[in-house]
Design a protein around this ligand. Structure first.
Ligand SMILES: [Zn+2]
Length: 308
């Protein structure tokens, strides 16, 4: 059974200005690295479908979904927050990114793929139930998780978020859902300046000081995430895979390296193999310097698909 690789050309049509770090080339940087490392040979490629309105409304209010569509410009940009803008293709790309998570859930739950990696943008983990922010419009992992729970009838799904920024949108959407356990690490004192106090008992938040490095990151995972995951016994795991904690990425300052992403992926795979029939869906979040982004994503995918 092949691992699934899900992306779509529409994800490269959304752009927020020439100097914006969340740029279309991120998709190609990852794709190129997966290609030259030979990892794509082990994966079945799929085009991301458009998430339907009802799928988006599993995680977002109907009013918000209509509002994002209504802001779509016919030319130029519409500013959503100081860092986030829409071009004429953003709405389509955002529906592809969320649709990738839905397709990934379908493939993995039906047994057509053991794991799936979604190389998509815009990212999603800062998008709340009724808010777009921080480069994000729809919360891709939350849409996929609610699809797994509400359509496929799973009862326990875990979300792992190792992006350097706190996944405040995911926490906003999922903190009152006891069917979900969210475990995250993030750097304190940086955008979105939240997460220090978890919003619910199903949130395992680890706020790491700047320059924590590999050792503190790995200790947090071993000492906080793993016991919580073992108690929760997830039937499936979603990953908000952000690689902006890499030491070459100036968006954060945690000082992680490729090997940390390989290591944390191995820990997640171990939990998935024990409790969740190996079922993992990983969706791209951050990571803005192209070389470390490509290398880190490849290190993650290599372990995810068992090619390590
Ligand atoms: Zn980030």
């Amino acid at each position: 059974m092949l691992a699934a690789y899900i992306t779509h050309p529409d994800c490269q049509k959304h752009e927020m200005g020439v100097d914006h770090p969340e740029c279309p080339a991120r998709i190609g940087a990852i794709n190129d690295q997966l290609l030259i490392t030979g990892l794509l040979d082990y994966m079945q490629s799929y085009e991301a479908p458009l998430a339907s309105t009802s799928q988006l409304e599993q995680a977002h209010s109907a009013l918000f979904v209509r509002d994002v569509e209504a802001h779509r410009p016919s030319s130029g940009y519409v500013q959503i927050d100081p860092d986030t803008r829409m071009n004429p293709f953003t709405f389509q790309a955002a529906k592809r990114a969320a649709g990738a998570a839905v397709l990934a859930a379908d493939l993995v739950i039906k047994g057509d793929a053991k794991v799936a990696f979604c190389n998509v943008r815009p990212p999603g983990h800062h998008a709340g139930r009724a808010s777009a922010a921080g480069f994000c419009f729809f919360n891709n992992v939350a849409v996929g998780i609610r699809h797994a729970l509400n359509v496929h009838g799973l009862e326990r799904v875990a979300l792992i978020d190792f992006d350097v920024h706190h996944g405040n949108g995911s926490e906003n959407i999922l903190h009152e859902d006891p069917r979900v356990l969210m475990c995250s690490t993030f750097e304190e004192g940086v955008y979105p300046f939240s997460g220090a106090v978890p919003m619910g008992p199903n949130m395992v938040n680890v706020s790491l000081p700047s320059r924590s490095g590999s050792k503190a990151f790995r200790a947090s995972v071993s000492e906080t995430w793993i016991p919580a995951l073992e108690k929760f016994k997830p039937q499936m795991i979603f990953i908000s895979a952000g690689f902006d904690g890499h030491r070459e990425d100036d968006m954060g300052n945690l000082g992680l390296v490729e090997d940390d992403y390989a290591w944390v992926t191995a820990q997640i795979v171990k939990v998935a193999n024990t409790y969740a029939q190996g079922r993992i869906v990983s969706c791209l979040e951050g990571g803005y310097v192209l070389s470390p982004l490509g290398r880190s994503a490849a290190a993650h995918v290599k372990v995810l698909i068992g090619a390590d």
